[in-house]
Design a protein around this ligand. Structure first.
Ligand SMILES: *[C@@H]1O[C@H](CO)[C@@H](O)[C@H](O)[C@H]1NC(C)=O
Ligand SMILES: *[C@@H]1O[C@H](CO)[C@@H](O)[C@H](O)[C@H]1NC(C)=O
Ligand SMILES: *[C@@H]1O[C@H](CO)[C@@H](O)[C@H](O)[C@H]1NC(C)=O
Length: 427
């Protein structure tokens, strides 16, 4: 118990220290120079309402857990610090090919005509420990009779597809459940009695999203910051492993509720409501979800995965931003965007508090923070190749929409599974 506790603590502390230095550098670079930005949110990436990051948010100071100094001694107790490392050449390449039928067309960069392939030949290598490649046999054997659920937005779905492609190299699953619109789905690997679910719940908390025929929200989302999403609240105790995450959906226009009472609204100028920052809801929702987990008596393992950074350069995704790089960058070469940092800081703070509380309650809650390693892979996104041969059908003036948020499959997020396997199979 004590050792587990220290282990948890050391993960948080490492995160805290890393964010602290990250944050410090960024504050110096960024603090006074951020323009007011228009942001679009991507799930149906390309027809969203815009929301503003206001000056007030730009001056929001990241919060750090105090007492770093006297706790530094715990930091080296974690078996593998997968957070610091480097992308190293991996001549073997990915475990699966673009023929994996679980890959969604939007993320099948190679089939969509992406010409360069170098981005496939890298592997995340932590500085101070070995990280074996994901081994589907070993994973499925270890997960015999277990049920997993990955709960979140389209990045979660992106991640699940990577895992599915890896697993289906050794065994074919059957589909147990499929929601209309394919947003939530459950697979079963009969030879291992292993069940894997992806549950679409981009806010984790209860959200009324009224969508038009194209799946685009056509009015403000109604967000209940003190209710778990009905998409998973009655099921989660049945899952042995849960990976929770959320992210940019919180930037959207939304009315915030607590105890069924309107608290205010984010980005709805036409309504006569108190304007609240999305960071308010982000923090509150994450805190509530994690507290619910902490007090749940869940006997398995719960991961909170931090939000992943986008890599739009020379613009955002609404105004011509692109991601044309073909190689990973080195640590320090690429700054984390202010917004991405802000979301991650909130997550690390809330999950840090919750992990400590969870270990007191005997709940196994851990954080997985893929931000540092994902940040170094600006080359891993579909860019224009979210569409099939995007440049064939356009005339020279036609604009091609880029996606620098989701990840090509195969691609860098395959390494996320190397790390998860290390955490669940080898401790
Ligand atoms: C952003 O906010 C400003 C001032 O609040 C407003 O004038 C502008 O129209 C907003 N832009 C968008 C895209 O919502
Ligand atoms: C299959 O796994 C589930 C848990 O995911 C378990 O409840 C069930 O008993 C298992 N079935 C067999 C035959 O072991
Ligand atoms: C929730 O609202 C009800 C009335 O609608 C009230 O009686 C109750 O005290 C409220 N609970 C909290 C925690 O605010």
């Amino acid at each position: 118990m004590r050792i587990d506790y220290l282990k948890h603590k050391s993960v948080i502390l490492k995160l805290v220290v890393i964010t602290f230095f990250f944050g410090f550098a960024l504050k110096l670079i960024f603090f006074h120079s951020l323009p007011q930005k228009t942001l679009l949110v991507m799930e149906h990436p390309f027809h969203e309402k815009t929301t503003n990051v206001t000056e007030q948010q730009n001056t929001l100071v990241s919060e750090h857990v105090p007492e770093i100094e006297d706790q530094l001694s715990y930091i080296n107790t974690e078996k593998c610090d997968y957070l610091s490392g480097d992308w190293v050449p991996n001549p073997k390449g990915p475990l699966y090919s673009e023929d994996c039928n679980h890959i969604e067309p939007y993320q099948n960069c190679l089939k969509n005509g992406r010409p360069d392939r170098e981005f496939l030949y890298w592997k995340w290598a932590p500085t101070n420990c070995d990280l074996p490649s994901f081994d589907p046999h070993k994973f499925l054997n270890a997960m015999r009779n277990k049920a997993w659920a990955l709960i979140g937005d389209s990045i979660t779905r992106n991640h699940v597809k990577s895992l599915m492609c890896m697993l289906s190299t050794v065994g074919q699953p059957i589909v147990l459940y499929e929601e209309k619109g394919f947003k939530s789905k459950t697979w079963h690997f009969p030879s291992y009695n292993f069940t894997l679910s992806v549950i679409w719940s981009p806010f984790l908390v209860e959200a009324d999203i009224i969508e038009d025929i194209n799946g685009v929200p056509n009015s403000e989302i109604e967000l209940h910051l003190d209710k778990l999403s009905s998409k998973w609240k009655n099921q989660f105790m049945n899952f042995d492993y849960i990976i929770l995450s959320c992210g940019k959906w919180f930037l959207r226009s939304a009315i915030y509720y607590e105890n069924n009472t309107i608290l205010g609204c984010h980005s709805c100028p036409k309504r006569n409501l108190i304007e609240l920052e999305f960071t308010f809801a982000y923090r509150k929702a994450i805190k509530f979800v994690l507290n619910s987990m902490v007090s749940s008596n869940h006997k398995g393992m719960i991961f909170y995965r931090t939000f992943t950074p986008d890599h739009f350069e020379n613009g955002e995704w609404s105004n011509g931003g692109t991601c044309k790089r073909t190689k990973p960058v080195k640590e320090g070469e690429m700054e984390i965007k202010y917004l991405n940092k802000m979301l991650r800081d909130i997550e690390l703070k809330e999950v840090g508090n919750a992990v400590i509380e969870a270990s007191r309650n005997g709940v196994n809650l851990r954080v997985v923070d893929f931000v540092p390693l994902s940040l170094l892979r600006p080359d891993g996104h579909p860019g224009p190749y979210r569409e099939f041969h995007p440049f064939d059908k356009r005339d020279k003036n036609g604009e091609v929409q880029n996606d620098c948020l989701h990840w090509c499959l195969p691609g860098p997020i395959d390494s996320w599974n190397d790390i998860l396997m290390e955490m669940v199979v080898n401790g």
